[in-house]
Structures are given as structure tokens and as C-alpha cells.
Ligand binder design. Structure first.
Ligand SMILES: N[C@@H](CCC(=O)N[C@@H](CS)C(=O)NCC(=O)O)C(=O)O
Length: 230
């Protein structure tokens, strides 16, 4: 049976987790705790020598990188609703998944490391230059999602849910939920889209996937880290 290696603190891991619960592809979840360094242990390096989550073991076929994992599983299980066969619709999805790595994901990840991971591991003071860069990249990314990707459609460049939405929403919530940084008030279309994705996959699946990251947000509040405004 398919084994999915995830840590629910990780955005692309949550996208895979939600995808698997929503599509009901038979699988087992293997938790790899990044905070405990489990991703660097020999056992996991045999699965993914790049030591990142998510990763999968599908009957001995090993794959890392969230985007090709989702594409592979959609192709294998004929899940065309989330990854259509139509070439142009596919290309739109792929355009977002390529773009987000160095934009939405980049900005949010810089902020999450600077304002959560480093303070939680005892590294203070906070690197203000990283915070400024993170805010700049994240803001520009959210503006593009609001004004371009969601300009005419309720989902990312489309009228229906796709793997791009799962990946994108998990990145947005990393800062909104994980850092308690209000990014939704300023971007009403993004806020509506997040809720629509949550409803589309089912609130219980969605909230279950995000329950762990909610704890990070509580920790940030307890550490009294000053979270910037967008
Ligand atoms: N491009 C990869 C990114 C994977 C990634 O960087 N995962 C992070 C957690 S969000 C991780 O495992 N970091 C541990 C490490 O790099 O050692 C994907 O989309 O799967």
C-alpha cells in the first residue's frame, strides 16, 4: 500500500495529506517529525535522500517533491477532477505550481523560519532582514493571487478545485494560522478562496490537517514574537 511520509507542520505535506483523505486513495501516513530531526535519520534517507517531506513509497517506487507526487497519484488513479486531462487546463495548474515555489512559498517560508522555527529552537534575536524580505515577497505574491489568479475564477485560474489550490492554500495558511499573521482581511478574494477550498475538500479533513500548525501559532503567541502586519 502507498506510504506517505509527512510532517503536518509542512505546507506541501498538508497538501498531500488533504489530497489523500479527500480522494480516499488507500494509503498509510508515516509521520516524520522535522523538529526531532527524523528527516535526517538513515531510515528516512533511504526513502528520500533529499531529506524533505512529503515523500512517498508506492510499492517500492520512491518519489519526493509535492507537485510531481500529486501529479503522479492523479495520473495513476485517474483523478482528472483535480488534475484534468485537458492540456491547457493542466498547463494553467502547472504554471501556478512552478510560480508558487519562488513566490508564495518562498515568502511564507522565510517568515515561518524567522518567526517560528528559529525562536522555537532558542535562536534569538529575530533576523529583521529576513522578516522584511519575507513580508515583501509574501505581499507581492498575495497581490498576484488576488489580482491575477483569482481575477475571474473562484479557484486558481479555474472554475473547479485542483491540486494547485491544495498546494496554494496550505502555503497561505502557514503564515495565517501558523504565525497568526492576518493575511486574509486584506485580500478578500484570497479569503473567499481559502474557505471555498476548505468546503470543497470537507471542513473536517481540512481542519484536521491544520490542527498541528494551529499549535505553532499558539506557541508564537506564547513566545511573544512580534509578528509583522501586511
Ligand atoms: N519542493 C519541495 C519542498 C519540500 C520541503 O522543503 N519540505 C520541507 C518542509 S516544508 C522539509 O522537509 N525540510 C527539511 C529539509 O530541507 O531538510 C516540495 O514541494 O515537496
Amino acid at each position: 500500500m502507498l506510504k506517505a511520509y509527512v510532517d503536518l507542520i509542512s505546507q506541501p505535506s498538508r497538501a498531500l495529506y488533504i489530497f489523500l483523505k479527500f480522494t480516499q486513495i488507500p494509503h498509510t501516513i508515516q509521520h516524520v517529525a522535522l523538529r526531532k530531526g527524523e528527516h535526517n535519520k538513515a531510515e528516512f534517507l533511504k526513502i528520500n535522500p533529499f531529506h524533505t517531506v512529503p515523500a512517498i513509497d508506492d510499492g517500492g517506487f520512491l518519489l519526493s517533491e509535492s507537485v510531481p507526487i500529486l501529479q503522479y497519484l492523479c495520473n495513476k488513479h485517474n483523478i482528472h477532477s483535480l488534475y484534468p486531462k485537458d492540456l491547457q487546463q493542466r498547463a494553467k495548474i502547472e504554471a501556478f505550481t512552478h510560480w508558487q515555489h519562488l513566490n508564495l512559498r518562498y515568502g511564507g517560508s522565510i517568515l515561518f523560519v524567522a518567526l517560528f522555527s528559529q525562536p522555537a529552537s532558542g535562536k534569538m534575536p529575530i533576523d529583521e532582514k529576513s522578516v522584511q524580505l519575507g513580508v515583501k515577497v509574501l505581499k507581492a505574491s498575495l497581490e498576484r493571487i488576488e489580482q491575477i489568479y483569482l481575477k475571474e475564477t473562484p479557484f486558481l485560474s479555474s472554475d473547479s478545485l485542483s491540486i494547485a489550490d491544495l498546494l496554494g492554500v496550505c502555503e497561505v495558511l502557514q503564515v495565517h494560522v501558523g504565525l497568526g499573521m492576518d493575511v486574509l482581511t486584506h485580500y478578500p478574494k484570497v479569503a473567499k478562496w481559502v474557505e471555498l477550498v476548505r468546503e470543497s475538500v470537507g471542513a473536517s479533513i481540512f481542519d484536521d490537517a491544520h490542527s498541528f500548525i494551529l499549535k505553532a501559532g499558539e506557541k508564537v503567541r506564547k513566545m511573544e514574537v512580534s509578528v509583522p502586519k501586511l
